[in-house]
Design a protein around this ligand. Structure first.
Ligand SMILES: Cc1cc2nc3c(=O)[nH]c(=O)nc-3n(C[C@H](O)[C@H](O)[C@H](O)COP(=O)(O)OP(=O)(O)OC[C@H]3O[C@@H](n4cnc5c(N)ncnc54)[C@H](O)[C@@H]3O)c2cc1C
Length: 452
């Protein structure tokens, strides 16, 4: 916990929220959800909605209130291929949505990883992927309308006729109410080519300026200690096949389940860090070389969402976003930062850093790409000691390079810095939050640092 968070908690500012009980509930239908959130409900506040639980911060838990797990509300209600839209309950997993659409030859925009996350979590939490062409950076940009249970248990419908409200609900982290139904844009399945290259950090830096100007989709895996980057560049191509689901499933399973488990075992089996990290880097390089390089040379949003085996709970991560125009310098500085921290503290992340290029996206007030295209850097590690300190150092690094955070993915975020970065957009969001939740029924200590 950061010093700021620690002192805020000690200040007693949250006494009003602390009912001393903690409960976990899973509504099975809308009536259940309304009963839980009603003003006369016996459930302890604050209420915190949770989807698949893949956030890396405390945004989806209520240690002294009620965590509302939305995963049982997961029906696909309607696929309208003619008008290009799908309506689902918010607990539906992205893989289920992709399957329902694929039956009609349709797909969602953008190839977002981690198919096990929920639609509600992907809309209310920051969810990004390598956006190709003019695709939005945020999953939430595809939302046409939402249905919500407000913090006082009332029903609310939000669509583009209430553009301000829709922009606030995207990336609202469950503070404005619980989303129970979502209508998303869909399009016919559109193939893309995925070109894989291996390069050094300096080579990526040289190409970064050019890549920032083109609207190709870009994802990469960066191994700072091998000075190697595995680059995945995606372009729409009418001749490209939609790719094989098997390859994408294997890739998701390899990256989010097998690698973390192997690395965790190595932490116990190989105590000598030099030897352990040499094996870790070789396994990472092999996974990238074989799975990404050979099995997923083409795809579509539909195949990239294929059901994988990951529950996403095997590791720790923290994501920061940097202006794409600065990325040529930032990526080299990040490599040097990782080497320096290893030198000074002995800690290093055992998983590759994941990067994405994001198009400019103003669909949400708290969008990290609101002003310009950005590149995300997500540091990832299995849970080894030293991670928390690394996350603080990464935060300091990010601040010095003008990084932008996301409240569900960025650890150790200083509230003053968040206010500085989001400025008026944060003020506007806070005003809207106060109107919808004047009694702070959805506010836990973590979120209070930034939004109270
Ligand atoms: C293996 C792995 C891979 C990942 N890959 C990516 C990636 O490629 N790109 C990316 O951007 N992120 C990625 N993430 C981060 C994470 O998946 C996203 O942040 C995602 O949006 C969270 O979805 P979730 O269903 O797990 O929601 P949770 O983490 O449970 O919740 C996220 C936020 O949304 C709120 N919320 C959840 N449901 C609702 C609802 N129905 N109504 C209102 N609020 C709600 C919660 O309170 C919380 O604030 C990854 C994480 C892991 C573990």
């Amino acid at each position: 916990m950061s010093v700021t968070a620690e002192s805020l908690r000690r200040s007693g500012r949250y006494a009003v929220l602390n009912s001393g009980r903690s409960e976990f509930v899973q509504p099975r239908n809308l009536a259940d959800l309304r009963r839980i959130m009603a003003l006369d409900s016996r459930q302890p506040t604050p209420f915190r909605p949770a989807g698949a639980g893949s956030a890396s911060t405390d945004c989806n838990t209520a240690s002294t209130g009620t965590t509302i797990d939305m995963c049982a509300l997961d029906d696909v209600l309607n696929v309208d291929a003619y008008n290009g839209r799908i309506t689902v309950r918010a607990g539906a997993r992205l893989s289920k949505v992709a399957e329902a659409l694929a039956e009609e030859g349709m797909e969602l925009e953008g190839s977002f990883d981690l198919p096990s996350r929920t639609v509600g979590g992907a809309v209310a939490g920051g969810c990004i992927g390598p956006s190709i062409g003019s695709e939005g950076a945020l999953f939430g940009s595809q939302v046409l309308s939402l249905k919500v249970v407000t913090p006082t248990g009332k029903l609310l419908s939000v669509d583009s006729s209430k553009a301000n409200l829709l922009g606030a609900f995207r990336l609202s982290y469950g503070m404005l109410g619980i989303i129970y139904e979502v209508t998303l844009k869909a399009r016919p399945i559109t193939g893309f080519n995925a070109t894989h290259r291996r390069c050094t950090v300096d080579q990526l830096s040289k190409a970064a300026g050019q890549l920032a100007k083109t609207n190709v989709g870009m994802k990469f895996m960066l191994l700072p200690f091998r000075d190697t980057v595995y680059l995945d560049v995606r372009r729409f191509d009418s001749a490209a096949s939609a790719g094989r689901k098997f390859g994408w499933k294997l890739k998701d399973w390899g990256e989010s389940t097998v690698m973390p488990q192997v690395f965790r075992s190595l932490n116990t089996l190989v105590p000598m860090s030099g030897m352990r990290y040499s094996i870790v880097d070789r396994v990472s390089a092999m996974t990238q070389g074989i799975v990404s390089g050979r099995l997923v040379n083409s795809g579509s949003s539909s195949t990239a969402h294929a059901r994988g085996g990951s529950d996403g709970t095997n590791f720790r991560y923290s994501t920061w976003f940097f202006p794409a125009s600065d990325f040529a310098i930032v990526v080299k500085a990040y490599r040097d930062f990782c080497l320096r921290i290893r030198e000074e503290t002995g800690f290093r992340c055992d998983m590759p850093t994941v990067g994405y290029r994001l198009n400019r996206d103003q669909s949400a007030y708290l969008s990290p790409a609101y002003d310009e295209p950005m590149v995300a850097l997500r540091a990832v590690s299995t849970p080894t000691s030293g991670w928390e300190n690394f996350a603080i150092d990464f935060g300091e690094f990010a601040r010095s390079w003008g990084g932008t955070p996301m409240f569900n993915q960025t650890q150790e975020l200083d509230p003053a810095y968040a206010r500085q970065v989001f400025g008026r957009r944060l003020d506007f969001f806070r005003r809207m939050r106060r109107q919808l939740d004047p009694d702070n029924r959805m506010m836990n200590p973590f979120l209070s640092q930034y939004f109270l």
